[in-house]
Design a protein around this ligand. Sequence first.
Ligand SMILES: C[S@@+](CC[C@H](N)C(=O)[O-])C[C@H]1O[C@@H](n2cnc3c(N)ncnc32)[C@H](O)[C@@H]1O
Ligand SMILES: [Zn+2]
Length: 399
Amino acid sequence: MRDTFVAGLRCPACGGEHSFTLCAQERDEREWREGLLRCRVCTREFRVHRGVPELLYEPPEHILLEAAGLERFAEVMVASGWNRETVLALPNVEHGYWYVQARSMHQLLTTVPFHAGNSVLDVGSNTCWAANHFAERGLSAIALDIATTELQGLYTADYFLDEGRVFFERVLGSMDSIPLASSSIDYVYCCEVLHHNDPHGLRRTFAEIFRVLRPGGRLCIVNETLKTLRDPHGVNVEGVEQFEGYEHAHWALGYRLAAIRAGFLTEVTEPHYRPFFGDAEYAPRPDAGPLAGRIGRAGFSLRRIGLVRRLYLAWLNHVWGGVSLNMIATKPRRYVGRHERMATPERLLRTGLAGLRDLVNRLRGRAPARLPRTPEQAQRMMLELPAPTGSRPPSAPSG
Ligand SMILES: C[S@@+](CC[C@H](N)C(=O)[O-])C[C@H]1O[C@@H](n2cnc3c(N)ncnc32)[C@H](O)[C@@H]1O
Ligand SMILES: [Zn+2]
């Protein structure tokens, strides 16, 4: 942990912001490794160990059980050959799961206007591969998790940091009580983590993410586990039981409504790793007959129609499954100052008005265009070619 990070922390016990003093004890060439954080408001002390401020305050039992389960899972990973080299290569590992992670990160980096120096909080960072990826692109990254164990928690960050190319902060804490100051973060990245909440925890987590984001800041939800009509569990029940995970898949609409309730403007985005939403040509399955091939090709050609893409995505997200949820949630710009203690109806009204204001401004050409949805739109934006539909490339977050 570096000195500059101390001021951005929030005491998880009393909620005091910018209230910590660091009593540093031991450092290496990049950061403080050991020390104590003392809160000037409530006088409580929190340890800093291996560079990680331990701000998980009075965690419920399910969090302790889940963290212990991850330690056991890390042992299984070691036994199956995972080591420092494997982690350093992430997400570029030959495995379907990691293909999806890598493609989703690429999608994010090509559709969301991250700028060097923006801050990004990686919630449920696990190995911290994503925090490392953001840091490599010049963002100021912070990894948050409830686990520290190597290969499944925050200490894994040292593998990346030891390479000496980037630095990012790590903090032990829970997403439903984020130990960071209000309105201090540009982006929050949640990849496969929000489902580690029951419905009540999900509401608290969205409220916390809303609190820590700056007005106009964005929450990027990536590959979130879904409950669908075809798969009403959504989670791997056996694995969850074995490692005592605290996992609750929610409906796509449930995540979205929880985000709206917290005050966010939301947009469900397409998973580019699915061929229909990607930029690959149609390739029939090798065992498909000529008729199936023709039907498949005709269905695939419908991806040129925006409404069809939306309907197909809604079908996958709610009924058929086989995908996980991707969503961008934006904190409106005009909430400054008052949003935290606002009652839900007032917040909903203000969110609705902010959305309407956005729409009107966009129609009048006075607001940044929507984020690109398709790989082709993203490519056009990257090449800075004028878009043919009259839409403009996004600049600053709108709100
Ligand atoms: C499936 S992993 C996430 C994977 C990771 N984001 C990635 O892309 O590789 C879920 C992570 O969420 C963490 N987690 C679970 N409950 C949490 C909580 N309340 N607050 C923060 N992190 C939590 C777990 O420790 C675990 O590392
Ligand atoms: Zn305190």
